[in-house]
Design a protein around this ligand. Sequence first.
Ligand code: SF4
Length: 393
Amino acid sequence: MQTSTPTIESSRRDPGRDEHFTATDFAALRPRVYDCHPAEVAAVLKKSHLTSNDLAVLLSPAADAYLPQLAARSAELTRRRFGRVMQLYAPLYLSNYCANRCQYCGFSSGNKIARRVLSMEEAEAEAKILSDRGFGHILLVSGEAPARLDVDYLVELAGRLRHRFASLSIEVQPLDEEEYRRLFHAGIVSVAVYQETYDAGVYARVHKAGRKTDMAYRLATPARAAAAGMREVGLGALLGLADWRLEGLALGLHLDWLRHNFWRTGLTVSFPRLRPAAGGFAPLTEVSERDLAHLLFALRIFDEDLGLLLSTREESRFRDGMVGLGPTRYSAGSCTAPGGYGEPESEGEQFAIGDERTVAGVCRSLREKGHDPVLKDWDATFQDFAGTDRAAA
Ligand code: SF4
């Protein structure tokens, strides 16, 4: 079990950059966030380039009273950088087997749920449903059970799906750099891996068994994916485990390190809030919709190039209210059980969905708010799969 301060090491990085990302002692972040004054918030909102200290100010309780100003600044930066578009994607759950025991997750190895790994043909059938719904981007998701679903499986599936989608992303078990490189050459261009929490004490408390207990290995995963040439890497903290303000600052430090070491890799952040799931885990800390919006606005103002994702974990009312204020990517029409698109009665979901609208319903709401839903905005044709090593260039 990891208890010491974890570090990131990477074999390939931009020359002259830091050797390691060190996750600062979580408790040491507290005074940076909690000892701020309202006047500092007003000053940061006028700045064009923010430091991590500025992010701490934006996340502070002193910034709570400035939420309308944070929303306005976040909306302005988002419109300037991304326009009035919202990219839509859908997760394709391949397997709900998992060798880890995470207390908060329905797929946890200790939970008695119906388990399944899709065959190639079943996965292709699910992908075709999503393609027929218009998706050009899909996220291939699985629990973390390499004995059930390994890199060979993903390489073969990518080969079968590549022609149908503009881009393929994965959210599976953390892999080694060479494995990510193999997947990149197979056509998978982005990796999502959420740290869950940057608080080492909470991390040890909620991750009870399996490889995920190694916090340092997980913390180094985004760097390994970027070093392997992935076009985009997605980070996030599971909201409801530790203080969201401190998680936000730790995330900002991690993002900042990745920006400086892998400047060619696009970065995204997701904001998963704990949802009801098998196992009945109760959040360790409350994170309201207001808190979630605050965190999202602060990260947008900190880094205007970030892709910001709000998934169907959140309810339609909240997601509609956030359109134009910061998020750039929404999932839509999602199902979190393997095989669930073709067989809606499938059991074994990871968590309950908050926004149950169809893809057409989400698109309609976006258009009513003056936004364009985009189901494909990039093509793999632009990607040089042969020999690209952006991190080392
Ligand atoms: S959070 Fe991920 S690793 Fe943990 S039990 Fe769920 S699927 Fe497995």
